[in-house]
Design a protein around this ligand. Structure first.
Ligand SMILES: Cc1ncc(COP(=O)(O)O)c(C=O)c1O
Length: 409
């Protein structure tokens, strides 16, 4: 399959939309991505022709729905190159996956005074779950500082390990700055201390090939809706030996083997972590989306999106008053989102006026308030790219920013 941008754009009906009488330029892919026709059609087809609860019925439809659901798990396994489908837990998204790990891991393996290492770059969903564990168990958060360029300080990271360190939990790619963390190096260091590593992959899984065995991480979380799949479904990859040792997250149907009022035994992996009816239609949609990006080729998507982001960084930096943040502002490698402010214009004003010009971006703190504090701002404008964006759209973004600047001149 070649990277046929026109064909790709035809696969996403929403991209033909106009907003305020202008062609939509959708640059909010870090928040959520648009859905190709094949994802919506697969889900519609399942609702129309297959729908039945999974893992329960002896009847034909239930068996067919179960088969689809389990095939989707195999698709996710292949996408991440996990060793076994037992390591693929379906959740509602990255947030739930991160909460699951923080809650179950701290419950089983952390005592008062034990430490988790996170970084300054984290999304709130990799901060607050650990703070909930802090309130429950008295654990401590240790934070890896970042450089002014927005990369983690590896020497500081090394120095944070001590006899109380129990786990490292870091983003693969920053949702604000596009920084790509050196995960392989980070897992190597953590493992040398006998400490497991959780990766928040919400902003990497949609933009680059992820191989959990190559990264050598112990847990990896991502959201379906950010990788061209439906909302309401996500994934937690967990190394089998770790998942085996963790207690269940929620109790209910599906996750048990036997229940009596005296004693309950839990189901095998991955069902131990999947209480209740899963969103089996969404898992079908997710698998379709992963097939779609895999057919295009994750390496090709990564190369193309990097070209877009670097072109955008270059083009935006020509605008007077532009303050671009993160590694790409310094000509370094980055991925996905770019964040900026223009001197004298509040990010919310910039975002609102860009919207009127048909350009959808996100403004504010991007659920990364500690990072904003480190950067000394209360928010930024963020343009985040997807596989269907074009260089022309980057030009529209730049021209629209220039137009807004003129309004404030
Ligand atoms: C880095 C990162 N982590 C976690 C999340 C949370 O994802 P979700 O809201 O799909 O659970 C996001 C969403 O923006 C993100 O960018």
């Amino acid at each position: 399959m070649s990277y046929d941008l026109e064909q790709i754009r035809r696969d996403f009906p929403i991209l033909q939309r106009q907003v305020y009488g202008r062609p939509l330029v959708y640059l909010d892919n870090g928040a959520t991505t648009q859905k190709p026709r094949c994802v919506v059609e697969a889900m519609t087809d399942e609702y129309y022709n297959v729908n039945a609860n999974v893992h329960r019925g002896v009847h034909f439809l239930s068996q067919q729905a179960t088969e689809l659901h389990e095939q989707s798990r195999e698709t996710v396994r292949r996408f991440l190159n996990a060793a076994s489908v037992n390591e693929i837990v379906f959740t509602r998204g990255t947030t739930e996956s991160m909460n699951l790990v923080a809650s179950c891991f701290s419950e089983a393996f952390m005592q008062e005074g034990d430490e988790v290492i996170v970084s300054t770059l984290e999304h709130h969903s990799n901060i607050v779950p650990w703070q909930l564990a802090q309130a429950r168990k008295g654990i401590r958060l240790r934070v890896i500082p970042i450089t002014d360029e927005g990369t983690v300080c590896m020497d500081e990271y090394r120095r944070l390990f001590n006899s109380r360190t129990r786990i490292v939990s870091v983003a693969h790619v920053s949702n604000v700055l596009g920084t790509v963390n050196p995960i392989r190096e980070m897992t190597e260091i953590a493992h040398a201390h006998g400490v497991p590593v959780v990766i928040d992959g919400a902003q990497s899984a949609p933009h680059m090939a992820v191989d959990v065995q190559q990264l050598d991480c112990d847990f990896f979380a991502f959201s379906g809706h950010k990788v061209y799949g439906p909302t309401g479904v996500g994934v937690l990859y967990g190394r089998e030996d770790w998942l085996d040792r963790l207690p269940p997250y929620m109790g209910g149907g599906e996750m048990i083997k036997r229940v009596s009022f005296e004693k309950t035994t839990f189901n095998e992996l991955p069902y131990k972590f999947e209480a209740g009816t899963p969103d089996y239609v969404a898992t079908t949609g997710l698998a379709k989306a992963l097939d779609y990006v895999s057919h295009l080729g994750m390496e090709r998507i990564e190369a193309y999106e990097k070209r877009l982001a670097h072109y955008a960084a270059e083009r935006l930096q020509q605008i007077p008053g532009m303050c671009l943040y993160g590694p790409m502002a310094y000509g370094a490698e980055g991925s996905g989102p770019i964040s900026f402010n223009v001197k004298g214009i509040h990010h919310l004003d910039m975002g609102t006026l860009l919207d009127r010009l048909g350009v959808a971006v996100r403004t504010g703190h991007h659920c990364a308030e500690p990072l904003m504090q480190r950067m000394g701002v209360d928010g930024t404008v963020r343009a985040s790219f997807g596989l269907y964006n074009t260089l022309d759209e980057v030009d529209v973004l730049a021209a629209s920013i220039e137009r807004v600047c003129k309004m404030f001149a």
